[in-house]
Ligand binder design. Sequence first.
Ligand code: ACO
Ligand code: OAA
Length: 367
Amino acid sequence: MTTTISKGLAGVVADTTAISMVNPETNSLTYRGYPVQELAAGCTFEQVAYLLWHGELPDAGQLRAFTAAERARRTLPRTTQEVLGRLPEGCHPMDVLRTAVSQLGAEDPTEDSADANPGAALDLLARLPTAVALDQRRRHGLPPIPPDPALGFAANFFHMCFGEIPEPEVVRCFEISLILYAEHSFNASTFTARVVTSTLSDLYSAVTAAVGALKGPLHGGANEAVMHMLAEIGDPAAAPAWLARALAGKRKIMGFGHRVYKRGDSRVPTMEAALRDLARLRGADDLMELYDALAAAMAKAKGIAPNLDYPTGPAYHLMGFDIPTFTPIFVMSRITGWAAHIAEQLAANSLIRPLSSYTGPAERHLR
Ligand SMILES: CC(=O)SCCNC(=O)CCNC(=O)[C@H](O)C(C)(C)COP(=O)(O)OP(=O)(O)OC[C@H]1O[C@@H](n2cnc3c(N)ncnc32)[C@H](O)[C@@H]1OP(=O)(O)O
Ligand SMILES: O=C([O-])CC(=O)C(=O)O
């Protein structure tokens, strides 16, 4: 019998999904049928979250009810705040979020009821930004700022992080990034959530595992790595030589390449345009020169295009977030996609359990 091994499950179609479609041939991405570029141009993040969870965009009344419910749930339970406060100073914010999700699950008496999943997902959507903001402020020795229920999701996050809300263009740029990050079919963290769900474990366990998968630099962690890399290169003129050395040393260049898109990530043009507007507003020509120089050098050296993490890293930096906050922001958005996939997996569940081809010692015996 011949066995075909698909290392990393590359090219394997593991199940169907009606949530999003990634089409590398046409370089398109749709959420529930809508091109993500149109959603980024015309919707709030809350509308997109509703679309992913309910299959349709909300009407005015549905949106009012949804945003009111989200705003009402933003405060972190005191016990969660206490647990997070006991984590070692200097631990990665993704560790903080992973713990927060796990702790919120332990506190939820309905954790094991799948019927309660929509409420649990809404709790996480509303509360994770509070944990991210609290943790960023703690890193800088600042007290937490409580959420403001009068503010939308994106503006409230700035308020909780900085105590002020920047220009509307900056808030909109942030919201565009949240919309673009929200969902991307069977990526590693979403698939992780589906694997955990397939055992009939609970939503919090699936999301805790997904946070762990997203932390890695080959996935969500790349947006932080991009900013470290740009800081390391420093000068646009140094980019080609830096890249040649990095590639010679077999380094992966963060924010470039993709498992599915081979001719460029469908989301990059939208995010890059938003980043350029932001950079103009902030007078950050130097950063954009460096950004462009590295992208040009990578195209010339390897023909590999940027993925979404390449423009989001510098965008979050220009918005004033510290680098360790970048991947947690990805979580704040992707919780929408994860929860949609958890529901879809449960609705037609089959235990996810692939086969392996054994390459260890032949059968042997103790005596
Ligand atoms: C939101 C997101 O999660 S998007 C992804 C974020 N991750 C990153 O930016 C990390 C950097 N990128 C990578 O490591 C990879 O491109 C991945 C993990 C995203 C995709 O990996 P794969 O699908 O296995 O890559 P693929 O098979 O297309 O690689 C083809 C060749 O290009 C190389 N390559 C791909 N991406 C990169 C990169 N960023 N830097 C250097 N070389 C690369 C591979 O090493 C491989 O070379 P080889 O044939 O000599 O072995
Ligand atoms: O689809 C992937 O493999 C990674 C990605 O871009 C995402 O999760 O947004």
